[in-house]
Design a protein around this ligand. Sequence first.
Ligand code: MSP
Length: 660
Amino acid sequence: MSGTFYITTPIYYVNGTPHIGHAYTTIAADVAAEWQRTRGAEVFFLTGTDEHGQKVLQAAEARGMTPRAHCDDIVQRWKAMMARLGVRYDRFFRTTDEDHRSVVQAVLSKLHAEGEIYKAEYTGWYSVTAETFLTDKDVEDGHWKETGEKVQQITESNYFFRMANYRDRLVAHIEANPDFIRPQSRRNEVLGFLRKDLGDLCISRPKSRMSWGIELPFDADYVTYVWFDALLNYLTGVGYHPDGNDGYRKFWPASYQLLGKDILTTHSVYWTTMLMAMGLPLPEHLYAHGWWVSADGQKMSKSLGNVIDVDLLCDAFGVDATRYFLLREISFGADGSFTYEGFLSRYNVDLANDLGNLAHRGLSMTHKWLGGVVPPAPEPTEAEAALVELATNTADTFATQLDDLQFNRALEAVMDLVGAGNKYIDSTEPWALNRNGQTARLQTVKRTVLEICHLAAALMLPIMPTKMGELLTKLGSSTEHGTATVRALLQGGKPLNALTEGAALTIGDQLFPRHREMPAAIAALMDVAESAPEPKKTKKKKKNKKSSGPPPLGEPIGIEDFAKISLRTGQVLSAEPHPDADRLLVMKVDIGEAEPRQIVAGIRDRFTPEDVVGRQVVVVANLKPANLRGVESQGMLLAAGGKSVIDLVHVDASPGEVVR
Ligand code: MSP
C-alpha cells in the first residue's frame, strides 16, 4: 500500500486516567501508521480527547473546577501517556479546539437548513452517567439492566437528526462491502441491530440540564449532544469544513477507524448516517477491537480496583515490551484477560529467551571468534537457502497481516523466523566449527544468524521502535537502513543480505534482560490485591453469581475408563459461525487423518472464527458424532472453563499425535 493512509483512534473522555485499554487502541493505531510510513504511504494519524458532555462536566464539578480548566489539566495525562508510549500522532485533537466548534456549528446549520434536523418533544428513560435515553426494554424497576444504575423518566423538547431515513442505504452499504465493519462478527452484530427499527437521533441537550458543549447555531438554549460533536473530530482533524476547500479529501475517507466494541453502534450507525446526510463518503474500514478484562473476566474500572496502569508496566518491563505484549497476546478483535503472570511469561519466552538469545548468541560468538565485525558468507548451503525462503515468506506474511491489522499473526510470523534462527544455531553448532577451524562455514553461519536478527529487528521497528533501533545499531546498521531493507523486500528484494561486511558489531547490554521473578513494584501490588477484600461487584454480576468453590469432581474412574478416550492433537483449518446458533462455531480440524473433522463447539462467546483458525488444539477423537442444531459434529475440543469457555487447550505438536 502506498498513497495516503488515514487512521484514527476514538477520542478519549477526559474524566479519568488512561489505562491499558486506552493505550491498546492508541498503540495499535501507532503501529499501523508507522507500518504504512515504512511502506511509503503519506500517513495521517489522529487521536485526542473528547471533552464535552455530562461525564466531563460532573468530573470537573467533583474537583471544584471549571470544565475548561479541568480539561486543560486532564488532557496532559493523555498526552503524557502517549509520549511515554512513543506514540507518533499527526494531530492531538481536542473537541474544545476552536476549529472544531466552527465545523460542528456549520455542519449543524447546513443539516438543519436542509431539513435533516427537526425539533420534537420526547419522553423517556434517561441515564445521567451515559447521557443517553434508554428504551423500555433496557429498563427494569427504574434501573438500567446493563449497569444496574438508577435511571429517570424525563420529558424534553429536543432536536433530532433524521437517522432512520438512512437505514436502508446503510444496510446496503454494509452488505455490499463485507470488509467495511471488521471483524466479521461485529459486522453481523450491526446488521442484526439494523434489522430492528432504527429511530432518529437526538442531537441536542437543553442547556438548563447540561450546558458544557457546543451551542446549537440555530437555538441558543441548547448544546450539541456529545457524540454528534465528538464523531465530527474525524473530519475536523483533516481540515474539513462544510464551507471550506477540498483539502481534507487528501485523507478522507479514512483508511481505518479503530474503536472498542462498546462504541460500535455510535460509529457504525450514528457516524455513518451523519456522513450520508452530509453527502460524504464512508470510511474504508471500521475496526472494532476487543476489551482487555481482568483475569476473572471483569471489565476494568477504578471502582473495582482492577485497572492496569500503563506507567507501571513500562517501568517494570519497558515501553517496547508493553507495546509488544498488548499486540502479540490477543488477536485484534477478541477480548483478552490481562494477567501480570501472562505478561511476565510472554516477556521471558518471546523477548528475553527467543529474540534476546538469538541476538546475544549471534553477536557474542561473532565477537569472540570472528573479530566482532559482520562476516562474509562464503559457504551457503541448503540450510541457508531454506532460511532465505522462510525469511521471504515471513516478510510477506508480516506485511499482509499488518496491512490487515492482524498484529498478533504478524508478530507470530517474525517469532517463527527467530525460532528457526535459534534452531539453526543449535544444528550448525558454531562452537564445533570454531573448534575445528572451519572458519568459512563459521562465517556463513554467523552472517546468517546476524541477518535473521537484522530482518526481525527491521520488521518489528514499528512495534518496538527503541529496542529494535538498538538492535539494528548493535548489528552495525541503523533504523534508516532497517526501514530501507523492509521496503526493498516488499518490492521483491532478496532477504538476508542487508548487512555490510566488515561493519563493527557491538554487544552492549542484553536487549531484554530475563526477569526471574515478578518485578518488585508489580509483586507488591499483587500482594496488596490478594489481601484486599473482594471488590464490590456490579448489580448485574451479582445476579449471575453462582455458588462459590470449585465444581465437584464426580465419581473416581479407573484408568481403563480413561483409556477409552482417544485424544489427538489437531489444528483448526477453518471456522465459521453456526448458521442457527449464536454460541456455536463450526470448524474443520486436521487431526492427521485423510479428511479434516467437522467439529461444532460452543465457544463463540469467547472466540471469533478468526481467533481460532490456525490454533493447535486437543480433540476427543472417538466421540460418537452428534447433531448440533442441524450440523454434524465429529468430535470435541478440550477447553478450560466451566459453562463459559476461558481458553482452548493448546499443544505445540503437529496434528495426529496421541495425547494421554
Ligand atoms: N469518548 C468516547 C469515544 C468518542 S470517539 C468519537 C469514548 N471514550 S472512552 O475514553 O470511554 O473510550 C475510548 C476507547 O477506549 C474506546 O474505544 C474503548 O473501547 C476503549 N477502551 C476502554 N477500556 C478498554 C479496555 N479495558 N480494553 C480495551 N479497550 C477499552 O468512548
